[in-house]
Design a protein around this ligand. Structure first.
Ligand code: HEM
Ligand code: HEM
Length: 124
């Protein structure tokens, strides 16, 4: 697996989804999914694209166990969190029902970002 390409391609898919939700909000006048839209575009597209570009321009960071750990922690954490946000903001679950899965997903994203930061510090 090429970390850089995987982050970039998956990020572009999140952007497509984020734009579709943005268009739905604009068209329907119902903005209740704005935080979901924001985090699909930012946690999904913007962060993954930045990660993909950094792994591309600093090849020493890619191909390491830290990079793999970062990739999977971010993918799984972000996906769970975004699904939970969709459930919450579409009114299917209450805020109380976000625990314990959402905090675990947040920790995964945080831990992944920690491995990324450590890898960046080590490789530059
Ligand atoms: C064609 C593309 C897009 C459309 C139609 C669209 C539409 C919207 C709409 C209708 C809202 C709700 C505004 C509100 O209720 O206050 C919104 C919020 C937001 N959008 Fe988009 N958007 C698009 C692309 C993007 C992209 C590419 C990003 C980021 C990379 C982005 C980031 C945000 C953020 C952060 C918010 C939340 C703002 C806030 O709540 O303070 N959007 N967008
Ligand atoms: C695990 C990661 C993250 C968590 C748990 C998180 C959590 C939150 C929460 C609870 C809100 C307030 C939502 C509301 O009540 O409207 C928020 C808003 C926001 N966050 Fe995040 N966030 C995360 C990552 C990020 C990242 C990586 C970015 C940008 C690159 C970002 C950008 C924003 C923006 C622009 C808003 C305001 C938009 C809005 O209110 O719709 N967040 N976030």
């Amino acid at each position: 697996m090429q970390i850089s390409r995987s982050f970039l391609v998956i990020g572009s898919l999140y952007l497509l989804l984020g734009i579709l939700i943005g268009m739905y909000m604009g068209g329907s006048g119902d903005h209740s999914l704005a935080p979901l839209h924001a985090h699909i575009n930012l946690l999904g597209f913007a962060l993954m694209t930045v990660f993909g570009i950094i792994y591309r321009i600093i090849p020493a960071m890619a191909g390491t166990t830290l990079a793999k750990a970062h990739f999977w922690l971010h993918q799984i954490g972000a996906l769970i969190l975004l699904v939970m946000l969709w459930l919450l903001f579409s009114g299917k679950i209450t805020e109380a029902a976000m625990a314990p899965l959402a905090p675990i997903a947040e920790l995964m994203v945080l831990l992944g970002t920690g491995t990324f930061a450590f890898n960046l510090w080590k490789s530059t």
